[in-house]
Design a protein around this ligand. Sequence first.
Ligand code: CA
Ligand code: CA
Ligand code: CA
Length: 402
Amino acid sequence: MRVHIILAAVFWCGFVDSRKIRGISSSYKRFYRERKSFLCIDGSKILPFEQVNDDYCDCEDGSDEPGTSACPRGRFYCTNLGFRPHYIPSSRVNDGICDCCDASDEYNSHAHCQNTCWNLGQRERAYVEGQMRTLDEGLRLKQQLIEEGVLLWREKQAQLRELQQVAEDLQIKLEEHRRRKNEADRLKEQTLKALEAGDSGLIRQNSTVTSVFQLLDSNKDGSITVDELQARVALIHDEERVLSEDEAVALLGGGHQMELTKFRHTLWDILTKGDSVKIKDTLGAPDSLGGEDPHLKAADRAAKWEATNLKKVEEAYDTVNMEISDLQKKLTIDYGTDWEFLFLNNQCYKLKVYEYTYTLCPFNQVTQKNTAGTEVSLGHFFCIVCQTLTRRTVCVLGGCGP
Ligand SMILES: [Ca+2]
Ligand SMILES: [Ca+2]
Ligand SMILES: [Ca+2]
């Protein structure tokens, strides 16, 4: 009799244990109230609570059997205290294989499952802490790159403004040199025509004016300055004295420099009158009056001189404009919301794979070079610019990389 009572108690305890609300997460516990009817979670049926976890599938969604393997679509929730909770298919409940680390899925089987959640959790926590340290380090480095990016961005903006100013100055210079070249060409043309027409007086005058101008313009930059005038011109009645700056400026018509056109109509007249100032010596003066066609030679030299100067300025202007264009293109690239990728702009990274060396230059291009030294391009950087227009996002591929 006593044995029977003990067996009945064990059987009853086992029954209660198997009917415990198992395999549900705390957020679903509100659906399982003992001593109340059970409504399948999909709302399809109402059952007496005894039919919950009775190892017979009553609800289509399997919600009446969260703790048994009765329903094909059922899910069993492993609480896994100390580690990560997760769901397993309810077919794995009491199948003799330990699936939940807290062994809760094998509550009524012969499997000897150990609760390994704490150890797994410890490993997981150590891993997550390592990840967090890496993340913190990454964020710190990113902040550094943002600060560098902001500085670089400002630097490039300042560089752009500077180049634009240089271009503006060169534009003015360019116009001036074009004017000078046209003037020199015109004089050469005039001299040529006069030579053909035999007008020696005009030839002589043009040639002499140009020759004297070139003599005074000792650095050959196309204008006579105060220093150049002081070096070559003296007062008729006080030859030894160097002209004062005021005297030189007065002779230059009130400015600090004088070009050929103005010289022809002002200082040239003063010099040729010969009553106040004169050229100190004529050594080094062009041989304007000797040899064959010296007048034309002088005009030709002047025209060539002006053409050379113009070419130099044109080249400088083109170079600056190219630099501006390159810089503007670089500034249109998306370097991240805080310019954190701007530092990559002038970087290149190499990787050797077998006989090939790959070079990746972000925002620029990728190349492949073999051991024989032959390099081929694998592609250039392109921008993708996206715009949302009337609920449609349109992306355009554009060559905005350098
Ligand atoms: Ca059931
Ligand atoms: Ca199992
Ligand atoms: Ca000069």
